[in-house]
Design a protein around this ligand. Sequence first.
Ligand code: GDP
Length: 381
Amino acid sequence: MLTYQNKTLDDVVLTFWNAPHSYTGEDTVEISCHGNPHLVENIVRACLELGARAARPGEFTQRAFLNDKLSLTQAEGLLDLLYAPTERALASARAMKEGKLGHALEAVRAELIDLLSHLEASLDFAEEGIEPRVGPEFSARVENVREKINQLIRTAPLGRILQEGALAVIVGEPNVGKSSLLNALLREDRAIVAPTPGTTRDLIEASCNVRGLPLRLIDTAGQRDSTDPVEIEGNRRARALLPNAQLLLHVVEAHQPYAATKIELPENIPSLLIANKSDLGRHASLPEETIFLCALTGEGLGDLEAKIESALLAEVADETETVLTINARQNATLQRAAQSLDRALEALRGSTGLELISVELRDALHDLAEVIGETDNEDIL
Ligand code: GDP
């Protein structure tokens, strides 16, 4: 029974966690009470009046990190785990939280330290008048380290998609079924579907999950010439969005002769040609890669989703099995490490000063330490 100022607060269970065996690594008391928000509030108020203070957002995890219970990458993984929008994002967050990035980097760091000690030994010999040497084997090992770092860097675009969603823009003439496609992918009636051309006059954005990949879907206004100011604005916004898209879903009607859109599609962005209304027929003029769909019944939707998945993965991942993906902060720091190693390799090729190579390897080591949070960088803390 928990009482305060002679009043009963609740029947509770108190759990005492002895340092360092708690989440934060500090002595901790957990109060488990009944779920009524009034009870919770009364207990919290009593604690505050007795001198406790409320934790800042993320403070428990920050303390765990500062007390070496979690590495920085594990703390980041935990955050991602709380907000992961799909199963696939969850798997990546879990891998990060389990410390997989830290483990991958440990081996790389050990190798770099070994390389540095070889190098410094050569430098010591140089002081004794012996010509310092680092041979091709040394360069090959540096190159190997850089490749391991590059492998991690290559997971960053997929990491970004998993955290933020890939931007997929639906384009096409009015009335071909763009809104119906959006609804089919969402499996709900989000966009208004109507037989009159020009129903979607502005942009509609919705998030959906395509085979574990989070997608930010944007349904654009039909690309017809119009005098309606709302439609003109809708068309302008659609055009402005295109360069930022990671995937274009170009919808046409399956039973009509194929004609390119009036809107110019950026060539550097992957695009899928979707022939909707396949229930009305399949026109012979449609190119071979056309994906046929009946948005009304959902026929062809599974095939389309598979194609969306492979189009996105082809852009971002060289191994589709990649589970661990890195975030923007880790990417920026690993990029710096890779650049240091590039300069070291350059110096090795030109056989210029061993001191310079040693400085670059040290810088790379420092960056790797920063990735896992062995740092006194206040911003990161
Ligand atoms: P949007 O203007 O391109 O967004 O087109 P909508 O999604 O509003 O659809 C225009 C019309 O086509 C509506 O009357 C839909 O019911 C119809 N429609 C959409 N998909 C299909 C389909 O697969 N088959 C048939 N027969 N009609 C469809």
